[in-house]
Design a protein around this ligand. Structure first.
Ligand code: DGL
Length: 266
């Protein structure tokens, strides 16, 4: 089992921010990534549809004989995590619980902001995760749908991204948050602008980093760590043509991306 890969899926390129963190924290692990690029975005779709897509993506990765599954998409984690954990007999890790746990560790005022896609915010999954850890925290949420296309356009540092951030974050700042959870795979790319807009008094929580830490802990707890041997390059699969994924994904990964295989999930 330890020699098997970790399976990671997202609606598209966004989950590469999680893969990047996994590579950094767990360099010996082999990673298999699936981006459901034919059906992205998940963030605007119904829970029923996202649930079906997530089941199909998970089934594909389990077919690749992975030892652990990472749902590297906030929207899919919000609506499908329990379902996937019930279907598959392997550890399934989402991105919401790790980010929520870290936010609870960091907050001093107990006022926590969460930003994400419409689907994630509508699901109230972050409120549930935060209140499960501490029922007294005040959670203030905002959907920021423009951030995904801005990040994919390579405009994460652009003045338009700044304007959008000011607009979206104003109500959260009014509430006096001291912690902001980046509840979407794309948002780590906007970190510099978001930090500038919220100011130094607000701590940003990057779900990708926290999720990689959770995966490391679970592998250790289950005796599933690959401890040595030759490093293996990640394997990438997508459900549409590879070209856009390779081009846009490079920015998410912070390195050139090649060798992507197109698959169908049915
Ligand atoms: N990966 C999605 C998430 O983290 C963002 C992109 C999408 O809407 O599919 O929620």
């Amino acid at each position: 089992m330890p020699e098997r890969a970790i399976g990671i899926f997202d609606s598209g390129v966004g989950g590469l921010t999680v893969l990047r963190e996994l590579r950094r924290q767990l360099p010996h692990e082999e990673l298999v990534y699936l981006g459901d690029t034919a059906r992205v975005p998940y963030g605007t779709k119904s829970p029923q549809t996202v649930g079906r897509y997530a089941r199909e993506a998970a089934r594909f990765l389990v077919g690749q004989r992975v030892k652990l599954l990472v749902v590297a998409c906030n929207t899919a984690s919000a609506v499908a995590l329990d379902d996937l954990a019930a279907i598959h007999r392997l550890p399934v890790v989402g991105v919401i619980e790790p980010g929520a746990r870290r936010a609870l560790e960091v907050t001093r005022s107990g006022r926590i902001g969460v930003i994400g896609t419409e689907g994630t915010i509508r699901s109230r999954a972050y409120e549930r995760a935060l209140h499960a850890g501490n029922p007294d925290v005040d959670v203030c949420v905002a959907a920021c749908p423009l951030f995904v296309p801005l990040a994919e356009e390579g405009w994460a540092g652009h003045a338009i991204a700044r304007l959008a951030a000011v607009e979206y974050l104003e109500p959260l700042l009014q509430r006096g948050i001291d912690t902001l959870v980046l509840g979407c795979t794309h948002y780590p790319l906007l970190k510099p602008i978001l930090q500038e807009v919220v100011g130094p008094g607000v701590k940003l929580i990057d779900s990708a980093e926290e999720t990689a830490k959770t995966v490391a802990g679970l592998l250790a707890a289950h005796g599933l760590e690959r401890r040595g041997g030759e490093p293996r390059p990640p394997r990438y699969f997508v459900t549409d043509v590879a070209e856009r994924f390779e081009r846009v994904g490079g920015a998410f990964l912070g390195a050139p991306l090649a060798g992507v295989t197109t698959v169908t999930l049915d």
